[in-house]
Design a protein around this ligand. Structure first.
Ligand code: ACO
Length: 367
């Protein structure tokens, strides 16, 4: 029977499922390697987290160089003056069903919040400026709590205040370091989604909305608190080890572990682990660190799968007093600047991303 419509274009190549180890384009924004290195625009991400502010790193990621004093002043002021949202957006949030997930609220509000900027880079940064306020107000509106006003300080201090209701420069600095590590990660699933959308020459806000949809999934940014809930119920490191054994015996995935690129270690996770150790000491919660380290060790001993950033970041966020619904929106707010850089890179040298497929369904059916 003739196979009408079944074709394989001449010269087409069939690549591994999930595009595993397939290079689909070039980028000058970030690079990763399987030995556990992550570099933003030539600088190690962990060095930036230790030595630079969120604003400086976001500027670097967006524009390709570290800002001078006037550039950082302008950029920081722009983030500060654009953090607010208008009354009509607040009313839209009030109309949302009370069981709306915060990440869904964020995605919906990002797609409609009024923006005043017209240039792509500024539109993207304006969205980034508003994400902390949208997340905080959205959370409080859904819970029937009053929204927080009069925000001040650096981006991380403001964001931390909007998440916790506390001004605490020590807590905000721990938070800022983790935020920096979430900012950029080359062609991860949400960024690739954004680049596919950008390649159609859709506008930056629409591309970010697509990226937010991809980020929500539990294999990407959507499951960063799951394991924390188990850990909080643990009473000993033996229990932590048993938890890993039981999950693996049932062939269940343990969230916060594994990565497409980092097969030995995720540098962000190791950095966040050090933050957790220090924070656990500060908060008199060293047991939590011990359980986390025991889970990580057991997972490595039994399956040679390393912890990823989410595993240690979620535990740090918990000790910083940040409620779990915020974890994916926090990831999104920081990654927005990576997405922004990728939007600009994609449209500046664009080719529509439209792969081919191999048809394996029924053929030759007659009506
Ligand atoms: N727990 C248990 N086993 C795992 C885990 C895990 N977290 N991750 C991978 N594996 C196992 C798989 O079961 C599979 O085993 P098998 O070969 O015996 O069948 C093997 O390791 C390969 O796993 P894949 O899922 O095929 O690897 P891939 O590179 O596609 O997956 C992914 C990467 C999706 C991140 C995966 O490790 C995972 O699902 N992790 C849990 C979700 C998670 O933590 N996501 C956050 C990612 S990091 C971030 O977004 C900041």
């Amino acid at each position: 029977m003739e196979e009408i419509g079944v074709r394989m274009e001449q010269g087409a190549i069939e690549v591994p499922k999930g595009l595993d180890k397939v290079i689909v384009d070039r980028t000058g924004i970030a690079s990763t390697d399987s030995d556990g290195n992550l570099v933003y625009r030539g600088y190690r991400a962990v060095d930036l987290a230790e030595k630079r502010s969120f604003e400086q790193t976001a500027y670097l990621v967006m524009y390709g160089h570290l800002p001078d004093s006037s550039e950082i002043e302008d950029f920081s002021r722009f983030l500060m003056i654009n953090y607010g949202i208008d009354d009509s957006t607040e009313r839209i949030m009030q109309l949302m069903p009370k069981d709306t997930k915060l990440i869904d609220l964020l995605r919906s509000v990002v797609s409609l919040v009024p923006l005043k900027e017209k240039k792509d880079d500024k539109i993207l940064i304006e969205i980034g400026a508003k994400m902390p306020r949208i997340s905080s107000d959205g959370y409080r509106i859904l819970k029937g709590m009053p929204i927080l006003k009069d925000v001040q300080g650096s981006y991380a201090e403001r964001f931390y205040y909007l998440l916790t209701g506390n001004y605490d420069s020590v807590g905000a600095r721990y938070f800022e370091k983790i935020l920096i590590l979430y900012m950029e990660h080359e062609f991860n699933a949400s960024t690739f989604t954004l680049r596919v959308a950008a390649s159609t020459l859709t506008d930056p806000r629409a591309a970010v909305t697509a990226a937010l949809a991809a980020l929500k999934g539990p294999l990407h940014g959507g499951a960063n608190a799951e394991i924390l809930n188990y850990m909080l119920k643990m009473k000993s490191t033996d229990e932590a080890v048993k938890f890993v054994e039981d999950k693996l015996a049932k062939k269940e995935k343990i969230m916060g572990f594994g990565h497409r690129i980092y097969k030995k270690l995720d540098p962000r996770a190791q950095f966040a682990k050090e933050q957790l150790k220090s924070l656990a000491k500060l908060k008199d919660a060293e047991q939590l660190y011990d359980y986390a380290a025991a889970i990580e060790k057991a997972m490595w001993d039994k399956k040679q799968i390393p912890a990823n950033l989410d595993f240690y970041a979620a535990t740090c966020f918990y000790l910083l007093g940040i409620e779990e619904s915020f974890y994916t929106p926090i990831f999104a707010a920081s990654r927005l600047f990576g997405w922004g850089a990728h939007y600009i890179e994609q449209v500046s040298d664009n080719k529509l991303i439209r792969p081919d497929s191999k048809y394996v369904g029924p053929v030759g059916l007659e009506l």
